[in-house]
Unconditional design. Structure first.
Length: 397
């Protein structure tokens, strides 16, 4: 079946939730993908910051094969050795004491929202159920997370959303201070806004948020679904800011492509009781084994440090090569979560995405004026050079 035949089936049988580019991949290895015709591509999207360990990492493949042959799924009705080990490892790596496992980013945020509301009801006196999120945030598409995803284009067709959500500009401590009334129990933020444009906050912003949350007795939830697990050059992006959080959500890179999400919390905030929340597949044997091996590979291959070093290298190269073009505006981001911002009057993000694909490079348009780069953390300097070469050519043309 070629990609035209696949496109025809999409047209007929799939809901129109996506607008796929006209390519279908058959195989991946490291930072490379091959399409059905055998054409090679350099993957600087990594399944949207998912394939941190690269495609088909031999250790992940082996872990999956072994676990699949042994046991895929039982249920959270029983103890699960892989899930227990994964929780032990994640809490050792982070501020957290306890984990809840689910299947995606949006579900992790649903858990964090419910956890905050449960916590609010247990305070003496109880706090209100309100939650403050930032404008341009992206926390997911299910109704709770969507209520925190403060972007009109995503929210408007689905009103009414959950009551109790308030929104403030990102990077604005005064606005947050004014929004933290006694009706509010939590603040949810991305340490770097990903889908919203790769917006890195000013120095001091997250420390200021932490201080405000402490002063007002409000929980801080950090959505590290995109930034976590090494992507920004620390295990978790909050570690750049000398703070800890009360709750944190993870997904994307956690399972090296297997669907697993997590909501982590410190003991005082981890108030769920049996029956409060659940997920049939959450943290099943196969997904937990994938996540455990992912964490091992990230640690043993030094991928956190690699992301910091290689991210600096790639950003420098992009500025050096693209800086000569009148369409170039800036490179922004942290570690290996970067965006190239261009003058959309001259070339748009989607145009760059399409032209780069034709040249064998996969990048991701996140708005009319920018493309996001989030390659596997194993990316080599040579692969960075090749990618920049292609982008340079695309922008020049
Ligand atoms: C910061 C952030 N939160 C939540 C999500 C939603 O994750 P999922 O698509 O796995 O539901 C995303 C996905 O892009 C994200 O970037």
């Amino acid at each position: 079946m070629d990609s035209a035949a696949i496109a025809a089936l999409y047209d007929q049988h799939l809901m129109r939730t996506y607008r796929p580019l006209s390519v279908a991949f058959a195989r991946g290895q490291g930072c490379r993908l091959w399409d059905l015709q055998g054409r090679e591509y350099l993957d600087f999207v990594a399944g949207i910051a998912v394939m941190a360990t690269g495609h088909s990492h031999p250790r992940i493949v082996t872990a999956l094969q072994q676990q699949a042959a042994e046991l895929v799924h039982t249920s959270n009705l029983y103890y699960n050795r892989e899930q227990a080990r994964l929780a032990e490892r994640l809490t050792a790596l982070s501020f957290a004491d306890r984990c809840f496992f689910c299947n995606s980013g949006t579900e992790a945020n649903e858990a964090a929202i419910k956890l905050a509301r449960r916590w609010a009801g247990l305070q003496d006196p109880p706090r209100g159920p309100g939650i403050i999120a930032a404008l341009s945030a992206f926390h997911g598409r299910t109704l709770g997370s969507l209520s925190a995803t403060a972007q009109e284009k995503y929210q408007k067709p689905f009103q009414p959303l959950l009551p109790g959500f308030g929104y403030v500009p990102y990077n604005d401590l005064e606005a947050l201070a004014a929004a933290l009334t006694p009706e509010i129990c939590a603040v949810i933020l991305e340490p770097v806004q990903g889908e919203g444009g790769v917006n890195v906050p000013d120095e001091g912003y997250l420390a200021g948020v932490r201080q405000l949350c402490d002063q007002r007795g409000v929980l801080l939830i950090l959505d590290e679904i995109q930034t976590g697990l090494g992507r920004t050059g620390k295990w978790f992006a909050y570690q750049h800011h000398g703070i800890e959080t009360d709750s944190m959500t993870l997904a994307k890179a956690l399972g090296s492509g297997l669907p697993i999400g997590a909501c982590l919390a410190r003991e005082a905030a981890a108030v769920f009781q049996p029956g409060d929340h659940a997920a049939t597949f959450g943290g099943n044997h196969l997904c937990s084994a994938a996540a455990l091996e992912t964490l091992q590979v990230i640690a043993e291959e030094g991928l956190v440090e690699r992301a910091a070093e290689r991210g600096g290298f790639l950003a420098g190269l992009l500025r050096q090569r693209l800086g000569a073009h009148t369409a170039f505006r800036e490179v922004r981001g942290q570690g290996l979560l970067l965006a190239v911002v261009l003058d959309p009057e001259q070339i748009t993000g989607p145009q760059v995405q399409e032209a780069a694909l034709r040249e064998g490079l996969i990048v991701n348009a996140i708005g009319p004026d920018r493309v996001r780069l989030a390659p596997p953390l194993i990316v080599s300097e040579e692969e960075c050079r090749q990618a920049v070469e292609i982008l340079d050519k695309v922008v020049a043309e």
